[in-house]
Design a protein around this ligand. Structure first.
Ligand code: SAM
Ligand code: SF4
Length: 323
C-alpha cells in the first residue's frame, strides 16, 4: 500500500490527460489556454501502465481530469482502459460539462462511474461572466439526460467567490432541495497567477458550515477513498452539500490522493514546486521499475501544503494539474 512518512495511505489518484481548456474561468484561465510546452500528453498505453502500477499499490479510485478532459477524442478509450484495470473500483471524471449532452452515453458505456461538473452560477449570464461561455443550460440538460439514463453519481463543484456567486446561496440551496445532486462549494485557492483575484474573492467555507449546521444539516461519514469534501445532508433536501475547505486547519491530515499530470509527472501535492517525471518508466512494461520509482518519490511528500502562508509552489493555475 502506498504510504507516506506520516502514515497517510493513498487510495485515490487524480490523473490529468490534457492541460488544454476551452473555458476561461476567471479564477483559473482568465486569458484562456496558453501553451508553453510540447503537447505531448500521456498516451493510452502510458495511462494503462500508470493505472496498473497505482492499482497494484492499493489505489482504488482514479479521477480523470484536465484542463478539460472531454477535449480528448480518445476519452472513451481512456475511461475504458482505466475501468479495465484490475483493482480500480471507481473511475471518476471532472469536466466543465461542455460536451456532456453530446458524449455522456459514450462515457457511461465506456465505464464511467461518477462525474463531477463545474457550475459556478445558476444564472446563465453570471455563468458566462465567470467562464466565458454561455453554456449553463447545455450542462443542466446534460445532467438531466444522464439522470434519465439512471446515472445518478453526479457531483457539482462550485468555486465560491465573493462578488460572483456568494449572493446565490439561496438559489443553490433551492436547487439541491429538489434535485438529487451532490453540490460542493470549493473555497477559492490562491495559485501563482491569481493572487489579486484571490485576495478580492476568497470566501471562507467555515461560515457556510455554521449556517448549514444551524439549519438542520447533518455531517455525513467519510469513506476511505472519498474526496476532500465535508458532506452534509438534510431530511428535506434531495441532494447533499459538500464543503471543500483547503484553508481549514486539518485539511491535509486526511489527504488520500496523489496526482499525475498530463505530461506524466507525479505531483505529491497540488502545490508542490515541481512534478517528478515518471515518463521514462512508462515506455516499457517494467511495472516493478515504475512502482519502485513511485514508492521512492513518496518519501518526499510533505505534511501540509503551505497555502495559508501564500505559498503556491509551481502551480500557476489548476488547469495545469486538474484541481
Ligand atoms: N476543466 C474541468 C473543470 O473545470 O471541471 C476539470 C479541471 S478544473 C482545474 C478542476 C476543478 O478545479 C474545477 O471544479 C474548478 O472549478 C476547480 N478550480 C480551478 N481553479 C481553482 C482555484 N483557484 N480554486 C479552487 N478551485 C479551483
Ligand atoms: Fe478550464 Fe476547468 Fe480551469 Fe475552468 S476550471 S478554465 S473549465 S480547467
Amino acid at each position: 500500500m502506498l504510504q507516506d512518512n506520516f502514515g497517510r495511505k493513498f487510495y485515490y489518484l487524480r490523473l490529468s490527460i490534457t492541460d488544454v481548456c476551452n473555458f476561461r474561468c476567471n479564477y483559473c484561465l482568465p486569458d484562456g489556454y496558453e501553451c508553453d510546452h510540447d503537447r505531448d500528453f500521456l498516451k493510452v498505453n502510458e495511462i494503462k501502465r500508470i493505472a496498473n502500477a497505482f492499482a497494484q499499490m492499493g489505489t482504488e479510485k482514479i479521477r480523470i481530469t484536465g484542463g478539460e478532459p472531454s477535449l480528448r477524442k480518445d476519452l472513451p478509450e481512456i475511461i475504458r482502459t482505466v475501468k479495465q484495470t484490475a483493482g480500480i473500483k471507481t473511475v471518476a471524471m471532472t469536466s466543465n460539462g461542455f460536451k456532456l449532452t453530446e458524449h455522456i452515453d459514450d462515457w457511461i458505456d465506456a465505464g464511467l462511474d461518477s462525474l463531477n461538473l463545474s457550475i459556478d452560477s445558476l444564472d446563465p449570464r453570471q455563468f458566462q461572466a465567470i467562464t466565458g461561455k454561455d453554456k449553463l443550460q447545455t450542462i443542466l440538460d446534460g445532467i438531466e439526460k444522464a439522470q434519465k439514463r439512471g446515472f445518478n453519481n453526479i457531483k457539482v463543484n462550485t468555486v465560491l467567490m465573493r462578488e460572483y456567486n456568494h449572493h446565490e446561496m439561496k438559489q443553490f440551496l433551492d436547487w439541491v432541495k429538489h434535485t438529487p445532486i451532490s453540490l460542493r462549494f470549493i473555497e477559492l485557492m490562491q495559485t501563482g497567477d491569481n493572487q489579486e483575484f484571490f485576495e478580492k474573492q476568497h470566501v471562507s467555507g467555515a461560515n457556510i458550515k455554521a449556517m448549514l449546521l444551524e439549519s438542520g444539516w447533518m455531517p455525513v461519514i467519510r469513506k476511505k477513498d472519498a474526496g476532500p469534501a465535508e458532506v452534509f445532508s438534510h431530511p428535506d433536501y434531495q441532494g447533499t452539500i459538500g464543503l471543500i475547505m483547503p484553508y481549514s486547519k486539518d485539511f491535509c491530515a486526511t489527504c488520500n490522493r496523489l496526482r499525475v499530470s498530463s505530461l506524466g509527472k507525479l505531483h505529491l501535492c497540488l502545490f508542490t514546486e515541481n512534478g517528478l517525471s515518471l515518463r521514462e518508466h512508462l515506455q516499457t512494461d517494467d511495472s516493478q521499475g515504475l512502482k519502485d520509482c513511485i514508492s521512492h518519490m513518496m518519501t518526499d511528500k510533505k505534511l501540509s501544503h503551505y497555502l495559508q502562508e501564500g505559498i503556491t509552489g509551481g502551480t500557476k493555475h489548476l488547469a495545469m494539474l486538474g484541481g
